[in-house]
Design a protein around this ligand. Structure first.
Ligand code: ATP
Ligand code: MG
Length: 474
């Protein structure tokens, strides 16, 4: 079958012409071909392999394009990149890789298209479509990737034991693609990964991260985390999660398996948000439960303080995995730390004051926190399920209501320190803090609304109580 219809973007004709002019063969290969056949509609990055110099081809293509776009050359890798009309064109020369078990980096030499396809990770990623005019659109699929695409299978071109040992990152990539595409990993591959999962330790955290992030961004992240767990990879990458596995029984009392619960929460959460950091918060919201788990005859299993412990663990985990330690990390920490707060509200009669405090403490994250807590409802009891969701609906409605009145989400003191000093002729002193705190508390408790006039009156009253005298001339 001819795949000309995959090559309708005008750029392919330009590459074709350029390659013919240089007299070298070239192909579009990998993700573009795979995603075109899957009709994923996301063929943004295009990988071109040239039999010869990929860099030379890139430079010639750039010359043949309007306005001659810049060619970014990565000499050490023998690759070159052109950004053209929002698409990244990546050029590489076909290569043959041989791995020596004592070294992480392969020795690389020029090779044929087949050599290049042999070193690819999966059959579905090794398909190539010819771009030269004489063979334009011909599919070269030596490992029958088409069949594996149709049958939704992740399979390596060569012996999986060798493919994964050559580059252990491929173990994670197998799971990542299985998760993104909802494919199954072929048995032999799965066994090979399981057998050498410890080799993931030689892979840099940065590369691991890219794959983890893609799993978290998938529609059903649990698929990936279950595979990571079953292959033994999760234990080595995020042991905080595998530590949540298992159900302990003492005196006939047991707790839920927090690992499987967590995965359910992540999936639930992912249905309601694309925010990858909110998904991370869901993934990590219970990690403090493993180190805080206690049993007492009186109350059974407890996880006291797991929210604080968990939020501290978030920092160490992010640091270890070389994830950003910026506001994203703080956001995840805060959500983990507050992850039980709305639950308490949903169980009791909700008072305005409690909701105001929640909004005050969660600030701009309050909606995300609610999304997380709703996702946390994994009870299989339909009566309870409905009841908890209804409770959260009421909390959400209350949040809107108290926000309208009191605007504590991004709380700004309605009376400034300056006003207090002017009114009572004070120098900076502890009274100012006391008055401000008193006003804030009165608003949160609902004694006064968040209103400058009411707050001013309260300031006068509190100042008088503190023995201060008004000196602003009234
Ligand atoms: P996506 O970009 O959607 O994640 P992709 O298939 O384009 O998917 P890339 O990481 O961009 O994935 O890699 C491009 C191609 O390079 C792959 O399709 C595969 O053929 C090859 N490849 C990438 N990484 C490896 C690897 N570690 N081992 C073998 N081949 C790889
Ligand atoms: Mg790609």
């Amino acid at each position: 079958m001819n795949y000309k219809h995959a090559l309708i973007a005008p750029i392919f004709q330009r590459i074709s012409k350029s390659a013919d002019e240089l007299g070298l063969d070239c192909y579009v290969i990998g993700g573009f071909v795979r995603d075109f056949i899957l009709e994923r509609g996301r063929e943004k990055d295009i990988d071109i392999v040239a039999i010869g110099s990929g860099i030379a081809l890139a430079k010639h293509v750039a010359k043949n394009l309007p306005n001659t776009p810049k060619v970014q050359v990565f000499k050490t890798y023998g690759t070159a990149m052109i950004k053209y009309e929002g698409v990244e064109l990546e050029f590489v020369g076909a290569r043959k890789e041989s791995y020596n078990p004592d070294s992480r980096n392969p020795s690389v030499e020029d090779g044929t298209l087949e050599d290049d396809q042999n070193r690819r990770d999966f059959t579905i990623n090794a398909m190539a479509i010819s771009l030269n005019s004489a063979t334009y659109g011909t599919l070269l699929d030596p490992f029958n990737g088409l069949k594996d695409l149709a049958e939704k299978r992740i399979k390596t071109p060569l012996d999986p034991a060798i493919t994964y040992s050559d580059d252990p990152l491929r173990m994670l990539r197998a799971i990542r693609f299985a998760t993104q595409l909802n494919f199954d990993i072929e048995e032999a591959s799965f066994e090979a990964i399981k057998a050498q999962s410890d080799r993931i330790d030689i892979i840099t955290k940065e590369r691991i991260n890219v794959e983890l992030q893609k799993i978290v961004e998938s529609q059903t992240p649990s698929k990936g985390f279950l595979l990571l767990e079953k292959t033994g990879l999760l234990q080595r990458i995020i042991p905080e999660l595998t530590d949540l596995k298992g159900v302990d029984v003492q005196e006939g009392q047991k707790h839920k398996d927090n690992f499987y619960h967590t995965l359910e929460v992540v999936d639930n959460c992912s249905k309601h948000t694309d925010n990858v950091w909110l998904r991370w918060a869901a993934l990590l919201h219970d990690i403090g439960k493993a180190p805080t788990k206690r049993f007492s005859k009186k109350v059974g299993w407890t996880f006291h303080g797991h929210e604080l412990k968990g939020s501290q663990m978030v920092y160490h985990l992010f640091k270890r995995l070389k994830m950003p330690l910026n506001d994203k990390m703080k956001y995840v920490q805060k959500l983990v730390f507050m992850s039980s707060r709305p639950i308490v509200l949903a169980q009791e009669n909700i008072t305005d004051a409690a909701v105001r405090r929640l909004v005050f403490d969660a600030g701009e994250y309050v909606d995300d926190l609610m999304t997380l807590c709703e996702a946390d409802i994994t009870t299989k009891n339909p009566y309870k399920f409905k009841k908890y969701h209804n409770n959260f609906k009421r909390v959400r409605a209350k949040i809107v209501e108290v926000e309208e009145r009191d605007k504590v989400r991004d709380f700004q003191p309605p009376v400034s320190g300056e006003t207090i000093m002017k009114t009572f002729d004070l120098k900076p002193s502890k009274e100012i803090g006391i008055i401000k705190e008193f006003i804030k508390e009165s608003i949160l408790e609902g004694v006064i609304p968040n209103d400058p006039q009411k707050a001013f009156e309260l300031m006068i009253q509190k100042g008088t109580d503190l023995g201060l005298t008004r000196t602003d001339g009234t």
